[in-house]
Design a protein around this ligand. Structure first.
Ligand SMILES: NC(=O)CC[C@H](N)C(=O)O
Length: 236
């Protein structure tokens, strides 16, 4: 899934990162049930970032996937992926499009959500090093630091043991990634770097990784999210 367009979406500056009129491969499928299961579609927040890659991963599971850019689309979904990209842009656009409050409400109501990188930042209760005025949706009892790896190591790849996923280790791709600096008592750690810095967390129906499984061919984190979607059967 390591499509160049997705990578450009991740590393590109905020300039030109506004709402896209093109739906790309993640075109909205409208309402409908997911893969004959009677389940509502799974959503991918498509304001900015590499949402197409996430949609492709979920479709590979047989899921019915829709892109989410407005509250009426959010109201249809049984789960949501918030992709990587630029959290300050996703934050601004979600407020501009009237999605921020419905998203916060859906998270509080138990919507299963998986956030990667910028998506993890959006799910954090506390954001360190946000731009002025930056807000998050919250939900995860954590504090994340944006761009925590500094300019020298903005992007890197490393194998990380994730006990909850079993063997083999996950090949994790970090792109201007955040780290989880504080983990509150309601969140649990799924993975950390050798130096102890936390990069994967879970809390009830919320899952977050600093890195980008959609850029590899190991979809166990997406599978974990989708299994949660199937078992929760969320509808608003
Ligand atoms: N790959 C990514 O999602 C990068 C996240 C970005 N640094 C941010 O602050 O949102």
């Amino acid at each position: 899934m390591a499509g160049n367009s997705g990578l450009n979406d991740l590393v590109g500056s905020a300039a030109g990162a506004g709402a896209r009129s093109s739906t790309g491969s993640a075109s909205s499928a409208g309402s409908g049930s997911s893969a004959g299961s009677g389940l509502a579609p799974v959503g991918v927040l498509a304001l900015q970032g590499d949402y197409r890659e996430h949609a492709d991963v979920l479709r590979s599971f047989g899921a019915d996937v829709i892109t989410v850019r407005r509250p009426s689309e959010l109201a249809q979904v049984s789960g949501l992926v918030i992709p990587g990209g630029e959290s300050s842009v996703i934050d601004k656009l979600s407020r501009m499009f009237g999605l921020a409050d419905p998203l916060t409400e859906a998270i509080a109501a138990g919507l299963p959500v998986y956030g990667t990188c910028a998506g993890l930042i959006m799910l954090a209760d506390t954001v360190l090093d946000g731009i002025e005025g930056q807000q998050s949706l919250g939900g995860l009892d954590i504090a994340v630091r944006r761009n925590a790896f500094g300019s020298q190591k903005e992007s890197f790849e490393v194998d990380i043991d994730i006990p909850a996923l079993g063997a083999p280790a996950v090949h994790a791709v970090f792109i201007r990634a955040p780290v989880v600096e504080q983990v509150g008592e309601r969140a649990s750690i799924l993975g950390a770097l050798d130096d102890g810095r936390v990069i994967a967390v879970e809390q009830g129906n919320l899952l977050g990784t600093s890195f980008h499984p959609e850029m590899t061919d190991d979809y166990r984190f997406h599978r974990r999210f989708y299994d949660r979607v199937l078992s929760v059967g969320f509808h608003s």
